[in-house]
Design a protein around this ligand. Structure first.
Ligand SMILES: Cc1cc2nc3c(=O)[nH]c(=O)nc-3n(C[C@H](O)[C@H](O)[C@H](O)COP(=O)(O)OP(=O)(O)OC[C@H]3O[C@@H](n4cnc5c(N)ncnc54)[C@H](O)[C@@H]3O)c2cc1C
Length: 391
């Protein structure tokens, strides 16, 4: 009998898992359907470029209808409930039956839950980036502060990356001397979550660019009247433009379902095979599982998790398929304003050996030519996420 595979989320994880499965499974064996509330996939690392006016939305986004070329069905709608016992997913009042379910719904932004968040701008989604673009392009001088509201947020290095991109942007505009740029963050040092191999060079670059840092700063609220970020101990950082990551929370259909969530409140998943611990016909990958398995929120993690999860699902359908072991590498093609930078970290030991302080990281070079790496990966991602040319 043809197996009905449902994939929730057409983002980095869901888009890739569906493409992989279409390649792995003969059409007579599996019907694959992807459900997404926006009906499109964005290359999210380029939201920074949208905010700076270097990309238009159409350049970094592909519509889910492209899946039809590869014989994958699509449903545009919001999943409100998953019933693992009945094997159904509720979308816009309709129940869809599945035999195997892959969940990659990412995160929910919940600005309303954070005091004063309405005073901040951000570049963590398309709408936010377009709104921020207006503020940045009209900024004539003053204090720009970059911060985060929750410990986990998409792309841990990006506040510092954006600070260096803003430095370059205002230099090119000829008004850098009028702009004060500060990163206020809960870590002890710039990109401190990756250890000294990464933190040391980044600290040097930030110093060279006169970018300030306020560290051990846990943001408690944003005071719009005084224009200050206020930390948990009452310390303050003044701003004219506050660029702050919105609170990242698990999607509602996960948060309210004890069968789907782990003790962290996020989507439950097993780091070896990405199966739900209670229901072996449900898989979870991507940002939504990051707090459950103890890794960061990054597309590169979702990508490798998609490889492993797709191989497991293929095994479920075909009866036998060699599982792809989870690749715990995180590779980052970063923009540091005037130059590109490539770094990678292996999280294998950090994920499995208790008390490992940092992932095993390497900085692989920084130069102007490496600015191309981001653009190349952007094109590769958009071309491949719907089963394109490279697979
Ligand atoms: C500014 C920025 C820069 C970044 N830079 C990098 C980088 O350099 N390197 C890197 O590796 N990562 C980077 N990332 C992170 C990366 O984009 C994410 O980690 C990755 O997209 C996560 O994939 P995902 O499949 O878990 O979620 P997403 O890609 O967010 O996809 C989730 C999908 O699920 C859909 N969805 C959610 N809820 C529902 C629902 N209830 N019903 C139906 N559909 C739903 C959404 O519409 C969305 O399309 C960056 C992110 C941002 C914001």
């Amino acid at each position: 009998m043809v197996k009905r595979i449902l994939v929730v989320g057409a983002g980095a994880g869901g888009g890739l898992v569906a493409s992989r499965l279409r390649k792995l499974l003969p059409r007579g064996e599996a019907e694959i359907t992807v459900i997404d509330k926006y009906g499109r996939t964005d290359f999210q690392p380029s939201y920074t470029l949208v905010a700076l006016g270097n990309r238009e939305p159409s350049q970094i986004s592909v519509g889910m209808e492209n899946f039809s070329k590869t014989g994958i069905k699509t449903v545009k709608g919001e999943v409100t409930e998953v019933d693992p016992k009945d094997r159904t997913v509720s979308v816009s009042g309709e129940k869809i039956q599945y035999d195997l379910l892959v969940l990659s719904p990412g995160v929910k932004f919940d600005g309303q839950s954070f005091p004063g968040y309405e005073n901040a701008s951000h570049f963590w989604d398309m709408a936010g980036s377009l709104e921020l673009r207006k503020r940045i392009s009209g900024f004539k001088g003053g204090k720009i502060v970059l911060g985060v509201t929750t410990q986990m947020y998409k792309c841990p290095p990006v506040p510092w990356e954006m600070a260096m991109m803003l430095d370059d942007y205002f230099r090119l505009k000829g008004i850098r001397q009028k702009v004060d740029i500060t990163v206020a963050h809960w870590v002890q040092k710039p990109m401190g979550m990756f250890g000294p191999v990464i933190s040391s060079p980044v600290t040097k670059w930030l110093d060279e660019k006169n970018i300030n840092g306020v560290y051990n700063f846990k943001l408690a609220r944003i005071d719009g009247d005084k224009k200050q970020l206020v930390g948990e101990s009452g310390e303050t950082v003044d701003y004219d433009l506050a660029i702050v990551a919105p609170p990242h929370r698990p999607p509602d259909f996960v948060a309210k379902n004890p069968d789907l969530k782990s003790s962290s409140g996020w989507l439950d998943s097993n780091i070896r095979n990405f199966r739900n611990s209670r229901f072996d016909d449900i898989y979870g990958i991507g940002d939504a599982i990051a707090p459950s398995i103890g890794i960061g929120m990054a597309g590169v993690f979702a990508h490798f998790q998609a490889d492993t999860a797709a191989s497991m699902v293929a095994g479920d359908v075909l009866g036998a398929y060699d599982p792809v072991p989870y690749n715990t590498i995180g590779l980052c093609a970063s923009d540091t304003g005037d130059a590109g930078w490539i770094a990678y970290c292996d999280f294998g030991k950090k994920l499995t050996v208790p008390n490992t302080a940092f992932p095993d990281c390497r900085s692989m070079g920084r130069s102007r030519i490496l600015k191309l790496a981001h653009a190349i990966y952007e094109k590769y991602f958009l071309a491949s996420v719907y089963g394109g040319w490279y697979q």
